[in-house]
Design a protein around this ligand. Structure first.
Ligand code: PRP
Length: 211
């Protein structure tokens, strides 16, 4: 039997995924050691391998088949646009992709004005403004603390993740429009899906039963 390889996005998502896998009897003890700098972990008994990567790299590893299975946020999967099968909504990491800004910026959206949109997710923002709203905008790619942009005058609005809403509230910003809902998803390489269909389908079934 060959190894089935899992790519997990580093951080809370990976921790929640390992908890979930543990509930169906899939464990990887050596992965729990937080001080370790090791990147790849093996469960010999079950012929499974796990590795951690930056979230946005998970769909890349899965598209190329370097990982058979990946877990990433729906935001990352949409943004990366890789050829992978999304097979399961894991239910955690729930949040929303939203267009946010000061309340006054609502009028720019309503009247389809040519505004600047700051975001970590240029593809999601482009798709929303161009294909859904049919509004021409200028997209400005940032790498974090997106809420700063409308405060310091870099952009009129942002396209960003809202979870509790407290970052917006504390900075005098509001949700103006909702783009889509997000959560952690399991993705599978299309070739692995065919070649290892029994093992992968069994895994999906067992996870579905406990979600
Ligand atoms: C995310 C997101 C928002 C915040 C939303 O940022 O970009 O800033 O969380 O959460 P809230 O609605 O519960 O306040 P993250 O902390 O991942 O860091 P970043 O801004 O550097 O991307």
């Amino acid at each position: 039997m060959r190894y089935l390889t899992f790519a997990l996005g580093k951080g809370r998502l990976a921790e929640q995924t390992l908890d979930l896998l543990e509930q169906i009897g899939i464990t990887c003890e050596e992965m729990k050691d937080k001080s370790s700098r090791k990147l790849i972990f093996v469960n010999e008994e079950l012929k499974l391998r796990f590795f951690l990567s930056k979230g946005p790299d998970v769909p890349t590893y899965v598209e190329y088949g370097a990982a058979d299975i990946g877990v990433a946020g729906r935001d990352t999967i949409l943004e990366e646009g890789r050829k992978v099968h999304e097979v399961l909504d894991l239910g955690y990491g729930r949040c929303r992709m939203c267009i946010c800004g000061p309340k006054s910026a609502g009028a720019y959206l309503k009247h389809h004005e040519l505004i600047r949109v700051a975001t970590k997710y240029p593809n999601i923002a482009k798709d929303y403004f161009y294909n859904v709203k049919h509004q021409t905008v200028e997209i400005i790619k940032l790498n974090g603390s997106i809420e700063l942009a409308p405060i310091v005058g870099l952009s009129e609005v942002i396209c960003d993740i809202v979870e509790t809403g407290s970052t917006l509230r504390e900075n005098g910003l509001s949700v103006l429009e909702e783009v889509c809902s997000l959560s952690a998803r399991m993705i599978v390489n299309p070739v692995s899906m065919r070649m290892e269909s029994e093992r992968i389908k069994d895994l999906i079934q067992r996870l579905r039963a406990i979600i």
